[in-house]
Design a protein around this ligand. Structure first.
Ligand SMILES: [Zn+2]
Length: 321
């Protein structure tokens, strides 16, 4: 056919290449397939094929990315149903194109932020901090409890005894709504990973159940982050980091102003704006200038700072033992 030998910029040639790549070539070779279709039907068919292609690309890309191994199952990639859609325009739109409902929450902004970081796998628990700083994993032990476990996200949400009281409340609500929407299925009978998926926003049977779980998980995360705020402040101070730290008026401040020093009420005016926004400070996995890539050797002044800011709880003691 003449178009096969046309210039590369020929719209006919490029259109057929695109249709072939998206599985629509038979509509080119057999135009009668299009004759009975309305403009809207053809548009919907093209959208469907294009989105299917990009879903396959996404799945292939995610398979090799260990950092999103959990997120693949937490995020719903299916088409949005009418019950869960916030706006009618979202109905039948693929999950990858829809903003998650939990991000619309303006009442619990810190909870939303912590949940987002949990879903992205970048909440600065100790396991994440030592990984980013290139330190030995043994420095990632939970500073709050005496179990000796690494403070991972799972440890904080499912196992750490320090958070048990808040966890029990969360699990009671989550278990109840999960059973209601899953034929009396027992939430805590699932594997830890399956529980993490549901807690972080995976489909749980019904929109109402998912909304209750969302509220409870955010509440737990804020409580847990509050319990370890002294740890966050010391880590920020010691390693010149800007990890999010719970503070009473967090949501009335700019995120850039939630450094541990200000949360302490400490005068830290020597820090310049340039220092706060230095790319080195914000880049992942790169220790700030002056921090050695080896086990931290805590100075006396750091310990004194921690003692001045932390109550007589296990947090400060175990962090520096
Ligand atoms: Zn612990």
């Amino acid at each position: 056919m003449r178009w096969e030998g046309a210039a590369d910029l020929s719209w006919m040639k490029q259109t057929r290449i695109l249709m072939r790549a998206r599985g629509l070539e038979e509509h080119w070779t057999s135009p009668e397939l299009c004759v009975g279709q309305s403009k809207e039907e053809w548009r919907d068919l093209v959208y469907e094929k294009v989105e299917e292609h990009h879903e396959r690309v996404r799945e292939q890309d995610c398979e090799s990315m260990t950092s999103v191994s959990r997120y693949r199952y937490v995020k719903c990639w299916e088409k949005m149903d009418a019950d869960r859609a916030v706006m009618t325009g979202e109905v039948s739109i693929r999950g990858s194109l829809v903003v998650e409902r939990y991000l619309d929450d303006v009442k619990d902004r810190m909870g939303s932020r912590l949940k987002l970081m949990c879903r992205a796998g970048c909440l600065p628990v100790m396991s994440r901090v030592v990984w980013e700083l290139g330190l030995s994993a043994r420095h990632g032990r939970c500073p709050l409890c005496s179990t000796g476990e690494t403070e991972s996200l799972e440890h904080m949400m499912l196992r750490c005894p320090i958070h048990q009281a808040h966890r029990s409340k969360m699990m009671a609500h989550v278990g109840a709504v999960y059973a209601t929407s899953n034929d009396n299925g027992e939430f805590e009978a699932g594997t830890e990973e399956a529980q993490m998926h549901v807690l972080l926003g995976a489909r749980a049977g019904a929109k109402e159940a998912e909304d209750v779980i969302d509220v409870q998980v955010k509440r737990f995360l804020v409580k847990a982050w509050k319990a370890r705020r002294y740890v966050g402040r010391v880590v920020n101070r010691k390693f010149d980091r800007m990890d999010v730290v719970w503070s009473k008026d967090w949501d009335r401040r700019s995120p850039d102003h939630t450094s541990e020093a200000e949360a302490d009420g400490n005068d830290d005016s020597a820090r310049t704006t340039a220092q706060r926004s230095s790319p080195d400070r914000l880049s992942k996995g790169v220790a700030p200038p002056g921090v050695e890539q080896r086990a931290p050797r805590l100075t006396r002044s750091t310990v004194e700072i921690a003692r001045a800011s932390a109550p007589a709880r296990g947090a400060r003691r175990r962090l520096f033992d």
